[in-house]
Structures are given as structure tokens and as C-alpha cells.
Design a protein around this ligand. Sequence first.
Ligand SMILES: CC(C)(COP(=O)(O)OP(=O)(O)OC[C@H]1O[C@@H](n2cnc3c(N)ncnc32)[C@H](O)[C@@H]1OP(=O)(O)O)[C@@H](O)C(=O)NCCC(=O)NCCS
Length: 168
Amino acid sequence: MDWSREICADLTIRLVDISDIHPGYLQALNDPDRIKYMHIGVRPKETEESLSRYVARSRDNPAEYLFGLFNKNELIATSRTHDIDQRAGKAHIGVLVFSNEHEGKGYATQLVQAVCDFLKDNLNISKISAGIMADNIASKRCFEKAGFHFHSIHPDYSDFICEIWVKS
Ligand SMILES: CC(C)(COP(=O)(O)OP(=O)(O)OC[C@H]1O[C@@H](n2cnc3c(N)ncnc32)[C@H](O)[C@@H]1OP(=O)(O)O)[C@@H](O)C(=O)NCCC(=O)NCCS
């Protein structure tokens, strides 16, 4: 699958490959502050091997895709869409910008929008949802700009508030 979108001369969105993994990607995944809104519970340290397996799995699994935003060929953000159910026309999505150097420039919004367009145009997915921690203001704003709206509170968690945002 060689879908890609050029945002401008330097910025491109395409699927992530194992060869795109670099220390900055690993560093982001191992930075407690960066992933505090993304993972539930304690996670083992991500290594080059575990990250390679994760990227490989995303390429093998027909129910998920791992897209990346590339700045002059360097991967600077990812958006994973998963639990794709073509029969029901549904999918989930998440997003991660690796460093604060690249935040606040609309990159996450562009990436989420592109992945939503991909899901709609290629897989006929019409309902896309994201789980967002209630205090993750930047993420809520990003998804709002990408056309999502608040839907409900996730019923499965009691230690924190996780909101479900949808685009349909
Ligand atoms: C959340 C995240 C993806 C946003 O990435 P980004 O590239 O900065 O997002 P964008 O620039 O597209 O949009 C962010 C918006 O939030 C706004 N924002 C950021 N922090 C804010 C704050 N504390 N209060 C109010 N608005 C805030 C920005 O100003 C921007 O809105 P604007 O364009 O109207 O000014 C990024 O911070 C990240 O990767 N965080 C860690 C992982 C994570 O939380 N992922 C989401 C899991 S659901």
C-alpha cells in the first residue's frame, strides 16, 4: 500500500516502515511526560527491537495502519488507526508528536485529517473515534480542528476521565 499525501515541499504523510525508526521516536515513547495521556498502567521500556516488532505488526494486520508525518524524510509524528471494522464502517485513531519542537504547528491536526480521509476514501469508514483523557487539552483541540466532537465518557475507567470523541 503506497498511499501518501504531500502537505508541502518538506512535509509528507505515509505509512511508517521499520527503516523509519530513529532515536527520537524511541525517546518519545520512553518519555513519561510525553506518553502520560496515551498509556494505561506501567509499560516496559520500548527498545529498537520491540518498536520494530510493533511497526511490523502494524504492516501485517489488516485492521490497523501506522501513518507517519515526515519532515524532509525524518519521522516526526505518528497516527495509528486500529480496530478497523469495515463491515460496521468504524475505526479508532490516536496521534503522537515526538517533540515539543514540532508542537503547536498544526502537524497533529493535519496528520489526523489525512488518516481520516484515507479511512473514508479507501476503506469506506464513516465513524472514527478517539479516546482522549479529559485534561489533554491540546489533543482535544487537535481533534476538534480535525472535525471530531465530544461523544461520551468512556465507561471502562474510574481512576481518570477518558472522553470518547467521534467524527462521523
Ligand atoms: C496532543 C498532540 C498530538 C498535539 O499535537 P500538535 O501538533 O501540537 O497539535 P496541533 O498543533 O495540530 O493542535 C494543537 C492545538 O491545541 C492548542 N493547545 C495546545 N496546548 C494547549 C493548552 N494548554 N490550552 C489550550 N490550547 C492548547 C494549540 O494552540 C492548538 O490549537 P490552535 O491551532 O487553535 O492554536 C501532541 O501534543 C502530543 O503528541 N502529545 C503527546 C501524546 C498525546 O497526548 N496524544 C494524544 C492522545 S489522544
